[in-house]
Write a protein that binds this ligand. Structure first.
Ligand SMILES: NC(=O)c1ccc[n+]([C@@H]2O[C@H](COP(=O)([O-])OP(=O)(O)OC[C@H]3O[C@@H](n4cnc5c(N)ncnc54)[C@H](OP(=O)(O)O)[C@@H]3O)[C@@H](O)[C@H]2O)c1
Length: 319
């Protein structure tokens, strides 16, 4: 339908991408035609089931591996006039552990997916948007793209890279009426979490000294599980991206550049910008992890309680 916006989403076999695809395809006013992509169509069943009647109408499927030039080109070539109004870069992978035990090749895979994967998509779709003087590029980044987390250095770095890239691109594209937005979720209960935990169980961490392995397995991991349990959001919360009750990234006519989905993280980001030397953040995280391990659970619960009230509506301002 001509007035429908074409929305292309990467990584729709599970989690946030799947829910975004379903939510937009089921839009009551049928404003979107969603091209839900995944690298392996054998994994389509969950999406097809969740899409219900929308499948084949407002939702179609396509193969796309963000790590392959050929696959990206083939997918975009297969779209009528190569016309994409909204590109949602969601596909991504995580990586945790002591860097001593992670081969460089594995680190490169994270950058290949989370950073170059997004750029590969943008390079293919952006020229059409520029020509038509309209479009919206959305990147699912992470809170870890704004504040890195210990033992997630490589994943954080890949999301930081994305944030930096988008800061530059957003400025250039204003002149072409193309909007760039980022979504920065905190923990979300998806396969991402399960894959990470499974990876940790399977790995031996060769090359890392016993103290580092101890910090990772017995200090960091229980804390991370704790935080996931206390603050984890559902993929639907991200699909809606509600920072304010009336705010939605895809549907808004003037979406914000950054969109934190979890108000719990607003104070953490504020802490970073409150002290330009960086010392405050580095030491706060150090004490939180290494000196206050047993206290963490109490803090986490207290912060969760606090966030129900006045923090929930706060956003960061340059002041
Ligand atoms: N879950 C969290 O706590 C969290 C927090 C902040 C940000 N995020 C971000 O949210 C995004 C979605 O993650 P999720 O939580 O929904 O995790 P998920 O359930 O693991 O989904 C990730 C999706 O990306 C796909 N993918 C991976 N590599 C790909 C490739 N080379 N080409 C195409 N698709 C690929 C996966 O496909 P396969 O099924 O083929 O593997 C899967 O569909 C990621 O960018 C992640 O960094 C997640």
């Amino acid at each position: 339908i001509p007035e429908q916006k074409v929305v292309l989403i990467t990584g729709c076999s599970s989690g946030i991408g799947l829910r975004m695809a379903v939510m937009l395809a089921k839009d009551e006013r049928k404003r979107y035609h969603v091209i839900a992509t995944m690298r392996d169509l054998k994994r389509k069943d969950k999406l097809v089931q969740a899409a219900g009647d929308a499948y084949g109408k407002t939702l179609s499927l396509a193969v796309l591996d963000v790590c392959s030039d050929e696959s990206v080109k083939q997918c975009i070539d297969g779209i009528k006039d190569r016309h994409v109004d909204v590109l949602i870069n969601n596909a991504g992978i995580g990586l945790v552990g002591p860097i001593e035990s992670i081969p460089i090749e594995e680190m490169k895979k994270v950058f290949e997916t989370n950073f170059f994967g997004v750029i590969r998509m943008i390079k293919e779709v952006m020229p059409g948007m520029k020509k038509r003087r309209g479009g919206h590029i959305i990147v699912v980044s992470s809170v870890m793209g704004l504040q890195a987390v210990v033992f997630n250095e490589i994943y954080s770095a890949s999301k930081f890279a994305m944030e930096g890239f988008c800061e530059g691109l957003a400025v250039q594209l204003i002149a072409f009426n193309v909007i760039v937005s980022m979504i920065e979720p905190g923990p979300v209960h998806t396969e991402f979490e399960l894959k990470t935990i499974r990876d940790v169980r399977e790995k031996e961490y060769p090359g890392a000294d016993p103290d580092t392995i101890n910090y990772f397995k017995n200090v960091y991991l229980p804390g991370a599980v704790n935080i996931f349990e206390a603050f984890g959001q559902k993929p639907d919360d991200i699909a809606k991206v509600r920072s304010r009750a009336d705010f939605k990234v895809v549907e808004s006519s003037s979406p914000r550049f950054r969109n934190l989905t979890n108000p719990m993280y607003t104070p953490i980001i504020a802490l970073k910008y409150a002290d330009e030397t960086g010392t405050l953040s580095v030491h706060a995280f150090y004490h939180m992890l290494f000196n206050m391990g047993p206290l963490m659970q109490v803090c986490v619960t207290a912060m969760k309680f606090l966030s129900c009230g006045f923090l929930r509506r706060r956003t960061i301002s340059p002041d």
